[in-house]
Design a protein around this ligand. Structure first.
Ligand code: BG6
Length: 487
């Protein structure tokens, strides 16, 4: 059991939405049971429709049973957690409807307040304004914003400016749940605590880097949202860009939030903006057609519920160049898609070939070393090396081996990314959250690609559901004499 942390009220706006049930409430259940959330702290969910306290508790119980990992729901633990649950009806647009929330929060006016806006971004500014009008924003308030913030730089500025009228930048926590994944944080540990990695991490030794986030699922009933955004806005502008930053950034001068974020933003500002011909040659967009998933037939993007006609990409692959001293000449290949063959998220650092091989004529070729950081489905870090095949053969023969760098897990329950991040907001530690300038720099780069696509510089390709994406993505990397790591 750990020492309990700050006493606070956590208010989830959109408290009966998909994210709240799938991720936020399960995370808070664990934090509470593991002693990270004081039992006096309250979890207040806002809803549109009134229901009794009992109905609310029954609903949360059933959702936790559905979404907690197997064996995690324990009735006894839930009985304790339910004492922390409160529900209040708020209609975001109606000022009077905030009265109930005001009454509840004023029972403990001195507490820290975490306002989690698990709503469409269009409501971010409005909710913040209402909170301010009701005098519910204090020095001890924080606001958490879900990604994507806006659809481009312009709309993200409008939203951020509105929020910043009522909260200071230091009170705004822009969440990207990839930063809460343990293996993602491990990138910094790996890079900055291992002497043998440090001198190899640059264009002298690294040939290229691949970042893949492939999902086997489709849009899972989120058509309304997804069709407005697509793979670049939903995944690349945030999750993949953040991974790229952690891999590419210079060592920060400390682990203080701003030191880390200063280094990340420098990477984003060094991304080479694409010209129209770059967009044509270095980007691929595609939509899935019918195919199969887990052996079952599945409809194409335009054949399922919801969408009939759309130019929204469900897959994107891009070559990204970073114009700075460390990475000059080292391409970063990014790809992400829905309804791919398998769920697989990984970062592959591919090192250069040996300058000369003394084994070349002896029937053994040397494969390039790779560092493979897998985030999903199973977290792992592997270093791919060469060594000798044991035995007495006359000629020395080589084989590929893999060194596993995984720390043994001595934990009953492995915390989910949202647990880490919610705990950081409770502790008021913004290191793993995106600062305004990071979000803007990432939009500035992606806007150029999206505008090129809107001008039809690149045709929309297709791929069958359940495959590795369109052949154009293979050609994208093959054109540079390379191939995707698909082991
Ligand atoms: C979300 C996207 O941010 O990340 C979803 O909106 C996507 O479309 C999800 O499915 C993937 O998260 P994870 O942690 O399952 O890789």
């Amino acid at each position: 059991m750990n020492a309990t942390e700050n006493l606070c009220d956590i208010i989830i706006f959109g408290g009966h939405g998909d994210l709240a049930f799938r991720k936020l409430l399960p995370a808070l259940y664990h934090l509470s049971n593991d002693g990270y959330l004081d039992h006096r702290s309250r979890v207040i969910t806002t809803t549109k429709v009134a229901m009794s306290k009992e109905e609310h508790i029954t609903l949360v119980r059933s959702k936790l049973q559905e979404f907690l990992s197997e064996g995690s729901f324990v009735e006894e633990k839930f009985m304790r957690f339910k004492e922390q649950l409160q529900m209040v009806v708020v209609n975001f647009k109606d000022k009077q409807s905030y009265q109930g929330l005001k009454d509840l929060l004023e029972e403990h006016p001195d507490r820290d307040r975490v306002n989690y806006l698990s709503t469409a971004p269009d409501f971010f500014g409005l909710i913040c304004k209402m909170l301010s009008r009701w005098e519910l924003v204090s020095e001890k308030s924080r606001v958490v914003l879900e990604k994507p913030i806006g659809r481009d730089l312009k709309s993200s500025r409008v939203i951020n400016n509105e929020v910043l009228k009522y909260f200071k930048e230091s009170q705004v926590y822009r969440i990207d749940h990839y930063l809460g994944k343990d293996t993602v944080q491990n990138i910094m540990a790996l890079r900055f605590s291992n002497r043998f990695i440090m001198p190899l991490w640059d264009s002298n030794n690294i040939d290229h880097i691949q970042i893949t986030v492939a999902e086997s699922v489709g849009v899972e009933g989120r058509w309304g949202y997804y069709d407005q955004y697509g793979a670049v806005r939903d995944m690349i502008q945030n999750h993949l860009m953040q991974l790229l930053c952690l891999v590419a950034m210079e060592p920060p001068c400390s682990l203080e939030a701003d030191s880390v974020r200063d280094e990340k933003v420098k990477v984003l500002r060094s991304l080479r903006l694409m010209s129209p011909s770059d967009i044509e040659q270095k980007t691929v967009r595609a939509q899935y057609t019918h195919g199969s998933s887990d052996g079952e037939p599945v409809p194409g993007y335009l054949e399922g519920e919801g969408v009939r006609e759309s130019m929204t990409e469900t897959f994107a692959a891009l070559r990204v160049d970073i114009d700075n001293w460390r990475w000059n000449g080292v391409p970063f290949y990014l790809r992400s898609g829905k309804r791919m063959q398998r769920r697989n998220s990984e970062i592959v650092i591919q090192f250069k070939t040996m300058p000369y091989s003394i084994f070349a004529n002896k029937g053994s070729c040397i494969s390039e070393n790779k560092l493979v950081i897998t985030l999903q489905p199973k977290e792992s870090i592997q270093l791919k090396l060469m060594n000798k095949i044991p035995g007495l053969s006359e000629q020395m023969r080589l084989q590929k081996v893999s060194l596993e760098l995984n720390a043994p897990l001595n934990m009953e329950h492995k915390p989910d990314a949202y647990e880490r991040l919610l705990l950081d907001v409770i502790r008021a530690n913004p290191t793993l959250f995106m600062r305004l300038d990071e979000v803007e720099a990432a939009w500035k780069w992606t806007d150029v690609v999206l505008e090129g696509w809107a001008d039809n510089i690149v045709q929309m390709k297709s791929y069958s559901a359940g495959t590795d994406g369109p052949s154009a993505a293979i050609q994208l990397i093959a054109r540079d004499g390379r191939s995707w790591h698909d082991e």
